[in-house]
Write a protein of this length. Structure first.
Length: 311
């Protein structure tokens, strides 16, 4: 009976999501149980790219104590070109990547994708003053399925989401074999954060954006030999077990992390850092998630506003 109830609940949720994505309004996700017919008949008459129509939509939704929120993000093509040996252009992006929400698996079938510029957009209808928690999953045929840390969705637009989506040739033919040779066991998964300056962002050209000299911790604590790490990235953006703290890159990884919920933060005298949360679940294993990545500006940001490369 519990399994049937769960199935019916998910079926109902799917019907809401599918209704939200239908019609003239693309990439809309309804996260409420309010009847949607009138809402979408009204929204279909509006151009949500137009500021005036956006305001009309928000006024309309106020009647039900709802808010309409725009989420938008960039999928950065990250890593090295193994054929040239050079880093991939920092501004390179990946089109055609499916984006869905792990907490709401039905969204996997709503065809949210990055466009030709590597950007994606989802318009979310939600109850006002009730935050949502989304972990975005990024997948594309032949690429590494990646899940981000938990992002809080408020009543405000969030249009600077980002993910460092690793080049599959670099990952499968270079990085993963090198890491496995280094640790002596198969790499099952990896959790990665960037300990960054206050301004660190994949949308900001200032590099390097890491905050050097910081150490990291997790709750619950991850320990060897079950998990290997934390391993800090060196200045060449490579995991280097000889580093005792962050370099100017700011990258940190844990390898072979057990399924659980983790809270990760950083420590450095005089600096305060954000804490990020990762949910590693059985469903992730079934869905082929291999990498868990928190990319700036939604990673372990500190209040250090010094210039690139400075402590």
């Amino acid at each position: 009976m519990k399994r049937l109830a769960l199935f019916l609940t998910m079926l109902f949720a799917c019907s809401l999501f599918l209704a939200a994505g239908a019609g003239a309004v693309d990439n809309v996700l309804n996260m409420t149980d309010v009847k949607t017919d009138k809402i979408f008949n009204t929204l279909a008459k509006l151009d949500l790219e137009n500021e005036e129509d956006q305001e009309k939509a928000k006024e309309f939704l106020d009647k039900w104590d709802l808010s309409i929120v725009t989420l938008s993000g960039k999928i950065n093509h990250f890593g090295y070109n193994i054929f040239t040996g050079k880093p991939i252009d920092y501004h390179a992006t990946v089109p055609g990547v499916s984006v869905w929400i792990a907490e709401y698996p039905c969204t996997r079938y709503l065809n949210f994708q990055s466009d030709e510029t590597g950007w994606w957009t989802i318009t979310v209808i939600k109850y006002k003053n009730e935050d949502l928690k989304f972990s975005f999953v990024y997948e594309k045929q032949g690429w590494v399925t990646t899940k981000c840390n938990v992002i809080t969705v408020t009543d405000e637009d969030n249009v600077d989401i980002a993910i460092q989506y690793i080049d599959p040739y670099y990952y499968y033919l270079a990085l993963k074999p090198a890491v496995e040779a280094m640790i002596g066991v198969p790499l099952v998964n990896a959790m990665v954060v960037t300990v960054g300056k206050s301004w660190a962002s994949m949308h900001d050209d200032r590099l390097p954006h890491g905050d050097p000299g910081a150490t990291v911790s997790s709750i619950p604590v991850l320990t060897y030999p079950e998990t290997i790490g934390p391993i800090y990235f060196n200045e060449a953006v490579q995991p280097d077990p000889t580093y005792p703290y962050t370099s100017v890159d700011g990258g940190v990884t844990w390898i072979n992390v057990p399924l659980n919920t983790y809270y990760v933060t950083a420590h450095k005298d005089g600096i305060n850092y954000e804490t990020v949360r990762f949910n590693l679940t059985e469903a992730d294993v079934e869905n082929g998630v291999e990498l868990y990545i928190a990319s700036p500006p939604d990673s372990v940001q500190g209040d250090n506003d010094s210039d690139p490369g400075e402590w």
